[in-house]
Ligand binder design. Structure first.
Ligand code: GLN
Length: 488
């Protein structure tokens, strides 16, 4: 079962070769034995998981199983999950048990999936290494001295170490794609508005989007089929005909035009990453694809634009954590203002405070036009670059991250270096486009390299088709970290 895809597990479950109880117990055993090694989970609740597995077995017995029925999934601890601790990696929510389910959790529940646990993450999803969590850093299953990427690093590490067959994450500036790349698995960020943000603790609402992690493109499609869908409780949720994201998987990619932005292949990318990405593009040419050069001239502005807009939105979103309504409250204070100040001073970590300060600054009277409005204008130009590029190609490719996994502590003291890890992913969020990362080889130190695919709006099915065809021809995606225990 260790390296089974969702598809294989579903086949065994529906044929009743194995029960959901057995599958769930198997993965819980791995989580209990190895979860601590990678610090991938914040909470595990065997009682709730097994109860859900029992219910799933009944659905299967009644012939009502869907593709995810009975399968244990891990959820990033940013998704409110009824009856589960939901911390967002922060001390300020360290005692918060969600009273309701996020839309994504509800959808997974309706599909009969089992919750295997809630995964560790950068505090409020702010980070690229999963080191800013109140619960300590997550470790990369390929090399425990290295980070798994972030902010959804717990989910990525859990899938990479085969503690769960698939997981959910969120991506505001790269937090699904970059950890997928650094942890050697697949991850997809949908078009903005495809997955509801209801119950997904807000970081930067105009950029946040939930999405899946799995071992294969085909499994991502199965996950997205469940996660996506209109939800009236999120005002930016898109009301569209439901689509089957797996419908195009088998299509040939002959004649597909791959756009290669020169900006993605310039000096910033490490040679070992460039080599693996070049190898992947060569493979696509073998499969009959054409390559065309495209330009994204404003992409170089995406990191500075993001670090104005995302903190601005965060400073507003995080004002709700005040010690009054829920979460942590400072134990001693003199009056209401002092309670707010002490609660927030004690409850938030350094990176979150930095973002709140930057965001408050760029939104303040006198700086708003110079920073916030300017950044909004540049955001539009960045999006227009992609519109122009997609006139010449069907899908854009490049590296997901400029380097492979770096060591824990290596960039923790230098926020700008950390922010630059998302140089190839952030523009996609600013434009609202779908993007994904798939394993395409290994770099120095045998750390995995991710290939990024960027689709046009609602191009998820096409991206998944392209990735699936690559995975039919290669086996990078099925490789497992050597150090993980596999005896059960
Ligand atoms: N690393 C980026 C940040 O720190 C993106 C995080 C994310 O996508 N949630 O904001």
């Amino acid at each position: 079962m260790l390296n089974f895809t969702l598809k294989q597990l579903a086949a065994d479950l529906t044929a009743r070769r194995v029960s959901s109880i057995e599958v769930t117990q198997y993965f819980l055993k791995r989580i209990n034995a190895l979860g601590k090694t990678y610090n991938a989970f914040i909470s595990v609740d065997e009682g709730q998981s097994l109860a859900a597995a029992r219910a799933a077995d009944q659905l299967i017995a009644a012939g009502k199983a869907g593709p995810l029925t009975g399968i244990p999934l891990a959820h990033k601890d940013i998704f409110c999950t009824k009856g589960w601790l939901t911390t967002c990696g922060s001390k300020i929510l360290s005692n918060f048990v969600a009273p309701y389910d996020a839309h994504v959790i509800e959808r997974c529940h309706q599909a009969g999936a089992v919750i295997a646990g809630k995964t560790n993450m950068d505090e409020f999803a702010m980070g690229s290494s999963s080191e800013t969590s109140f619960y300590g850093p997550v470790r990369n299953p390929w090399d425990t001295a290295a980070v798994p990427g972030g902010s959804s690093g717990g989910s990525a590490a859990a899938v990479a170490a085969r503690l769960v067959p698939a997981a959910t994450g969120t991506d505001t500036g790269g937090s699904i794609r970059q950890p997928a790349a650094l942890s050697g698995i697949c991850g997809l960020k949908p078009t903005y508005g495809v997955v509801s943000r209801y119950g997904m603790i807000a970081f930067a609402s105009s950029l946040d989007q939930g999405g899946p992690f799995a071992k294969t493109a085909e499994d991502l499609a199965l996950m997205l089929n469940v996660m996506a869908g209109f939800d009236a409780r999120d005002s930016t949720s898109l009301e569209r005909e439901p689509e089957d994201y797996a419908r195009n998987l088998a299509k040939s990619v002959t004649g597909l035009r791959i756009g290669l932005p020169s900006e993605f292949f310039a000096d910033g990318v490490a040679p070992d990453v460039a080599k693996a990405v070049d190898g992947a593009i060569a493979e696509f040419k073998q499969l009959g694809c054409e390559t065309v050069e495209v330009r994204l001239p404003n992409m170089r502005l995406s990191v500075p634009v993001y670090y104005v807009l995302a903190p601005a939105e965060a400073s507003s979103n995080l004002s709700r954590f005040d010690g009054v309504r829920y979460g942590y409250r400072a134990p001693q204070y003199s009056d209401l203002l002092d309670m707010y100040c002490k609660t927030r001073a004690q409850g938030f970590g350094a990176e979150v405070k930095r973002r709140i300060l930057i965001g408050t600054y760029v939104l303040s009277h006198g700086y708003y036009d110079a920073y916030y409005i300017k950044a909004q204008k540049l955001r539009r130009l960045i999006a227009q670059d992609f519109v122009a590029a997609f006139r010449k190609c069907d899908v854009i490719m490049g590296p997901t991250s400029p380097t492979t996994a770096f060591n824990i502590g290596e960039k923790a003291g230098d926020p700008v270096q950390m922010y630059l890890s998302d140089i190839y992913t952030i523009a996609v969020n600013l434009a609202g486009l779908p993007g994904m990362s798939i394993p395409c080889g290994f770099g120095n130190k045998n750390h995995p390299v991710g290939l990024q695919l960027i689709g046009n709006y609602f191009g998820e099915a096409k991206m998944l088709n392209v990735a699936h065809q690559y995975q039919q021809a290669t086996d990078w995606h099925m490789r497992m970290p050597e150090g993980i225990r596999t005896e059960w």
